[in-house]
Design a protein around this ligand. Sequence first.
Ligand SMILES: C[S@@+](CC[C@H](N)C(=O)[O-])C[C@H]1O[C@@H](n2cnc3c(N)ncnc32)[C@H](O)[C@@H]1O
Length: 301
Amino acid sequence: MPPKKSASVNRKQRQLGPGVGGIAKGRPPLAKKPQAALSSEKTRQLIRSHHQLNKQLASVENAGNREEADEIRKRIEQLGGLKSYQQASIQGQANDRGGDSSAVLMEWLKPLTSVVGKDKSKLRLLEVGALSTRNACSRSGCFDVERIDLNSQAEGIKQQDFMARSIPSPDGERFDVISLSLVLNYVPSPEGRGDMLKRTCEFLSIRNEHTYSMDQQSTLPALFLVLPAPCIVNSRYMSEERLASLMESLGYALLRSKQTSKLVFYLWQLKARPGSRRAKFSKKQVNPGINRNNFSIVLQH
Ligand SMILES: C[S@@+](CC[C@H](N)C(=O)[O-])C[C@H]1O[C@@H](n2cnc3c(N)ncnc32)[C@H](O)[C@@H]1O
């Protein structure tokens, strides 16, 4: 089935400005009361600085430079650490990015979720990088949601690094859907991003026709991926085509995509777990240009 693609930029949203209309129903309420609001510009700056420092930290740690790593860690703490970054993300997305991204996932899974209540079997959803227990997916009642984050902000969110989570045994419990919304771009290295995408395959349940209904078979198991749009549309090293071939090499097929002025959304179905003879994806320039960024994803082995 060819992937369905939404209008490249949601016209209504463009007219109204981000944060109004479409999925812009505001961030889901948080368990903890946010601290005093920062201005949009300050929020963006804080997110940018946190990403940059995280990248520098990964690179000096890689080079074994402990002193410089300690120095960068101090600077991250001075900015308020991961907690302030999360706060800024919540606020930044509410202001700039159109609110709760999981509303897009709900929309895309509507044909499946509309029957969930009838046979009472909920879909299993793993939300990696969860900041709220009350986003559209959580509120829908269609999912058994497991939420994890490096720094838990609420009771229903387990404090856990996805990269350190034990891989389920062959007959262990897996998920029907994994959500990676604005998480991959948080990973500081291109290799780390490739590893994260590869890891998702281990947690999705590839069931057979006896366990998934006909409707479900055309969608599940699936990965919901959200990234800041510039990572894909304005990078020297990435493009939609390159992302699609990388994902295909992992066993994923693109089902849905959508682009707004700020974000790109994708729904990928895992068709088969990647074999050992998978193609490698190095950091290769596909869109040269001085005004482009360096976001990339590398698959090493
Ligand atoms: C920008 S927030 C995105 C929050 C939310 N998913 C959204 O779309 O609004 C990124 C979150 O991902 C979390 N994160 C990054 N890497 C992670 C990992 N390896 N395991 C679990 N959480 C991770 C960070 O702690 C941070 O809270």
